[in-house]
Design a protein around this ligand. Sequence first.
Ligand code: NAP
Length: 247
Amino acid sequence: MKLRGQTAIVTGASRGIGRAIALELASHGANVVVNYRSNREQAEAVVRQILDEGGLAYAQAADVSKREEVRAMVAEVQANWPGSLAIVVNNAGIAADRTFRKMDPDQWRNVIDVNLNGAYNVIAEALPLLTARTGGCIVNVSSVIAQTGGFGQANYAASKAALLGLTKSLALELARDKITVNAVCPGFIDTDMVRGMPPEVLEKVVSKVPMKRLGQPEEVARLVRFLVTEGGYITGQQFNINGGLYV
Ligand code: NAP
């Protein structure tokens, strides 16, 4: 229960990797804000599971690409659990794959707006609260695609690679405030995002993974939790969790 008394905002926590991170941090004592964009029912189900297991959580709708909604979310955290915001996990993300030549400007902008500007908005609004207490932890969920690129994924790869630059720069700036900033780079993880692929494409993807399976959201969640609970001297780093897909 190392995280007792500390509040974590986990963006995009209604499903997939974010859900697993919310459950994992709550099981180590954190108060968790289960952020989501539109899927209230699933976010409430995550909250119920945390409460049933004796933890503390509530669901909070906010589109991370909209600064005013993020501001309201952070104000709510301070009202509910004053002075305790210590952990921010920028997990919310979308993909809108298309080859660059066919990609329309909205497909480019939407992905950058959620994946990159969303993280910027959350960090910018949360920073005054994080720096007001001693120590904190920011984890940005990037992707193996930031490192390898992806066919039809110029928008997604650009957004996720930019998160790595943001991570390293912020780590340098926030070290004096005892705030660590790290990124995780998952490979292919068993969530809606990946399950949306046609089965034959998914099969091909898995066959390229040296470990011959998808990762589980809980495996990513345990890595994030390690960074949060044990990573006091780890900052500015990117952690690959990809079954050997990129070494
Ligand atoms: P997912 O199953 O599609 O879930 C996406 C989550 O993000 C949902 O909770 C969704 O909320 C939320 N979300 C989407 N847009 C949002 C917005 N504008 N504001 C707030 N929340 C928003 O995704 P996932 O596979 O778990 O991926 C989670 C993160 O890991 C993403 O950043 C993704 O890029 C990254 N990642 C995933 C994989 C993978 O293989 N799955 C690999 C590498 C990296 P609603 O439920 O309300 O829509």
